[in-house]
Design a protein around this ligand. Structure first.
Ligand code: ZN
Length: 339
């Protein structure tokens, strides 16, 4: 019986539609990386083509990871005048927008990084996030990664972005409302409630590691979406310990590989789900990362309903990802901790 269900996402309170009958309409175009008009400003030797370095790893010697302000920022820290006619309806777009150049290698990506390097990247994200969360007036910090044209990226060199906003924004707000409501109702953090169910049901699990778990969410917003969540760490990503980050990095790397291979796409977004800065140590606070292969369309149904229509059943996606991991583990002779 093909999957044909409304499914409720506890993180957002939104019903999505999973319709396997739509599979025949899904584009098979794998997508591509963006092309630059000139030399890459993120490659070693082109440092003068970006804004000044905010942070680098290692702190001395040739950088392996480098953080700069976005040359084309959505938000700026300095206050600017707004046009007279917008007074009352507009405020200066005060905030921060940083680019974290993840590697010296133009063609590298998360799936090809040495694990130690990915851990260093996550540590740098943690460091910048902690700094941005502590800035006065910052309501939300968003962390994301765009890869490939279909993800919205204009830059092929691997990089992550952090943006800090000083106004309320809807997606983190509605998620926080659900987190608080669930904590009050269940006496447990919403992520724990979700993970307890997923670990019991097994169907959507991709991998269970010592520190982190990857799974295809029950009510996905995109085909072959994967969540990577810490098993125990709560609060904000900025408070994650080194052991958590190391275990998380390994599961994240395999989740990205699996999501791209099963979806047949090269474009994807990583999205960090984080609590509002003012509630980052609240008992209801948690974090996880979504891996979202991109290439589908947002058409009239999504625009009119505000919800998602996906063709790939998450149970089938997870099963395909587990099979892939089993093949890989057998191929290398490594012990498999994939379910
Ligand atoms: Zn480059």
């Amino acid at each position: 019986m093909p999957d044909h269900t409304y499914r409720h996402d506890p993180m957002t309170g939104v019903w999505v539609v999973v319709s396997a009958a739509r599979a025949a309409t899904v584009r098979r175009d794998p997508g591509s990386l963006p092309e630059l008009d000139g030399p890459c400003p993120f490659c070693p030797g082109a440092e003068s083509e970006t804004e000044a370095t905010i942070a680098a790893h290692p702190a001395r010697g040739p950088w392996q990871i480098r953080v700069v302000s976005n040359r084309y920022p959505a938000l700026r820290p300095e206050v600017r005048e707004v046009p007279r006619f917008t007074r009352g309806h507009a405020r200066a777009a005060v905030g921060y927008h940083e680019i974290l150049i993840e590697s010296r290698e133009h063609t590298a990506d998360i799936s090809s990084y040495a694990l130690d390097h990915l851990v260093d990247v996550l540590r740098m994200i943690r460091e910048r996030l902690a700094w941005l969360e502590s800035r006065p007036g910052v309501r939300h910090v968003v962390v994301f990664r765009n890869r490939g044209v279909r993800s919205g990226s204009s830059q092929p060199h691997p990089h992550a972005q952090l943006a800090a906003v000083t106004v309320d924004v809807p997606e983190p707000r509605r998620r926080w409302e659900k987190a608080v409501e669930a904590r009050r109702r269940d006496g447990a953090t919403l992520l724990d409630t979700v993970l307890t169910r997923e670990l019991a049901e097994h169907d959507r699990l991709v991998e269970v590691g010592d520190e982190a778990v990857s799974l295809c969410p029950f009510a996905p917003r995109y085909d072959h979406e994967v969540w990577v969540a810490p098993l125990r760490a709560r609060g904000s990503f900025s408070a994650a310990g080194d052991d958590t980050l190391r275990g998380f990095a390994a599961v994240l790397q395999r989740a990205v590989r699996a999501a791209l291979e099963v979806s047949g796409r090269c474009a994807y977004n990583l999205v960090w789900r984080l609590p509002p800065t003012s509630h980052r140590v609240d008992p209801a606070a948690f974090w996880y990362v979504e891996v979202i292969p991109r290439g589908g369309t947002t058409a009239g149904f999504e625009l009119t309903t505000g919800t998602s229509l996906v063709a790939a059943s998450p149970e089938r996606s997870a099963s395909a990802m587990r099979a892939l991991a089993g093949q890989r583990a057998r191929g290398t002779g490594a012990p498999s901790d994939i379910l």
